[in-house]
Design a protein around this ligand. Structure first.
Ligand SMILES: [Fe+2]
Length: 266
């Protein structure tokens, strides 16, 4: 994994994020952060160690995985009229046994309760490419997140939604990673992983309690930097991005995986 020379946002990081510490710490250590604060920032090095523990092959697939963000379709549902977001989408199911299966492609739906800007309608996005969704990198990330979900909600089936997002920024049009503002996703657990930042300023992740009090702010800069959020206990948002060099393309690629409890299929 390459690390972009992008440390600018560190200088404006207003608060020290919650960090689990040693990359080799067990899942229980991470869970204590989630139980205590409702969120956790995991540096890329720690995520890489955790993914390697699940599947040593995950790393060899990273380049194909990351390159697939260059083949995303424009999101035409943006109620703010913006044309700065590209995406693909997939739905999976997780069973208490740990088995994760891809579901038939389907629209993405959020109620207006959770997305006042774009919710309330079924939104149809192109599926994540088969070789990406079945590849070792994405499978390892989904599985790792499902382990965390299973600790938050033992013995539950999960409805899993996977989103590839690219947010583009221009000098005359900032890119808004979360145009709906500070929000919950309306699920149980959310994993947000940085894939790549290119020529981007800002894009700071902020977490809040359910009363709207800010808990922390941190910037996902390096590939693999990850925010883990208990969506039942914390809200989140990301500040707009601007191009650092207006003469060059600027974008922010992230993977978002959400997990929601669902009834067992009889
Ligand atoms: Fe969100």
């Amino acid at each position: 994994m390459n690390t972009p020379a992008d440390q600018h946002d560190e200088s404006v990081m207003p608060e020290v994020p919650s960090r689990p510490g040693d990359a080799r710490k067990p899942l229980e250590k991470l869970m204590s952060h989630l139980h205590g604060e409702g969120f956790c920032f995991m540096p890329g090095a720690e995520l890489r160690a955790n993914l390697a523990a699940r599947d040593a092959a995950w790393d060899a697939d990273w380049q194909r995985f990351a390159a697939s963000w260059s083949d995303l379709d424009l999101d035409r549902y943006m109620a703010d009229g913006g044309r700065y977001r590209r995406r693909r989408y997939a739905t999976l199911s997780g069973a208490p046994s740990g088995a994760i299966t891809l579901e038939p492609h389907q629209p993405h739906y959020q109620s207006l309760d959770y997305n006042r800007l774009n919710g309330g309608v079924a939104r149809y996005f192109e599926p994540i490419l088969d070789e990406v969704v079945s590849g070792p990198t994405l499978q390892a990330v989904i599985g790792y997140g499902f382990d965390i979900f299973a600790n938050l909600h033992p013995a539950q089936h999960a409805h899993i939604e996977v989103h590839q997002f690219r947010i583009e920024a221009r000098l005359d049009a900032a890119g808004r990673p979360t145009p709906e503002g500070i929000h919950r996703d309306g699920v149980d657990f959310v994993l947000v992983m940085m894939v790549r930042r290119e020529n981007v300023e800002s894009g700071t992740t902020e977490t809040f309690d359910l009363q709207g009090n800010r808990l922390a702010a941190f910037t996902l800069t390096d590939p693999g930097d990850t925010a883990l959020v208990d969506d039942q206990r914390a809200m989140h948002g990301v500040t707009p991005i601007q191009p650092r060099d207006p003469s060059r393309p600027a974008w922010r690629d992230v993977l978002v995986v959400t997990y929601r409890r669902k009834p067992a299929v009889s």
